[in-house]
Design a binder for this molecule. Structure first.
Ligand code: RP5
Length: 179
C-alpha cells in the first residue's frame, strides 16, 4: 500500500472516538488528527449517556467484538459518557472533559475524574490539550502491540524536542548582546 492514509480509511477501526454531541466535534477533531498522523484506523460516533442511553449501551457492549482496542470518550457538563462506557466494557477508556458550559470544563473534569474504585477512566486535560493527549495516549496503547506505531511515537518525541530547541534559539536571539 503506497498511501498510509488510504490504508487507514479501508482498515477495520481499532480506536473508537465517542462524543456526547456534535458540538464536541471541533475539540475532538484534534484527537482524530493525531490518529490520522499515526495512520491508526478509527471510527467516530456521537452518542450520549443521557439522551441516547440505549445506543451508548449497544456501542460499548459490542466494541470488543468489533475489533476496537481503545475508546476515546468526550463529554461536557454532567460528563457521564466515559464512565458509563467504562462500566460496560473492559477496553481502556481515555476520557476528554469538554469545556462546553458556563463552568468552562471544571464541571466536566470533576464528573470525569471522580470515578468510583473499580471503574477507571484515564482522564485527560480539559478540552483541546486533552483531545490531543487522548489521541497520543490511544496511540501509546496501540504501540504496545504495533511496532510501526511505537516507532512513529518515538519520532514524535524527537519532533517535540526539536520544537522546544527552536523556541529556545528564537528566545536567545531576541536577547543576544543585550546583557
Ligand atoms: C454533553 O452536553 C455533550 O458532550 C456536550 O459537551 C454538552 C452540550 O451538548 P449540546 O447541547 O451542544 O448537544 O452531553
Amino acid at each position: 500500500m503506497s498511501n498510509p492514509a488510504e490504508g487507514q480509511k479501508n482498515a477495520t477501526p481499532i480506536v473508537g472516538i465517542l462524543m456526547g454531541s456534535d458540538s464536541d466535534l471541533p475539540t475532538m477533531k484534534e484527537a482524530a488528527q493525531i490518529l490520522e498522523k499515526f495512520a491508526i484506523p478509527f471510527e467516530i460516533e456521537v452518542t450520549s449517556a443521557h439522551r441516547s442511553p440505549a445506543r451508548t449501551h449497544e456501542y460499548a457492549t459490542t466494541a470488543i467484538a468489533r475489533g476496537l482496542k481503545v475508546l476515546i470518550v468526550a463529554a461536557g457538563g454532567a460528563a457521564h459518557l466515559a464512565g458509563v462506557v467504562a462500566a460496560l466494557t473492559t477496553l481502556p477508556v481515555v476520557a476528554v472533559p469538554i469545556a462546553s458550559t458556563l463552568l468552562n470544563g471544571l464541571d466536566s473534569l470533576l464528573s470525569t475524574v471522580q470515578m468510583p474504585a473499580g471503574v477507571p477512566v484515564a482522564a485527560m486535560a480539559i478540552d483541546k490539550p486533552g483531545a490531543v493527549n487522548a489521541g497520543i495516549y490511544a496511540a501509546e496503547i496501540v504501540a504496545t502491540f504495533d511496532s510501526r506505531v511505537a516507532h512513529l511515537l518515538a519520532e514524535y518525541k524527537v519532533e517535540l524536542a526539536r520544537g522546544v530547541a527552536e523556541k529556545n534559539n528564537r528566545v536567545k536571539q531576541q536577547f543576544a548582546g543585550k546583557a
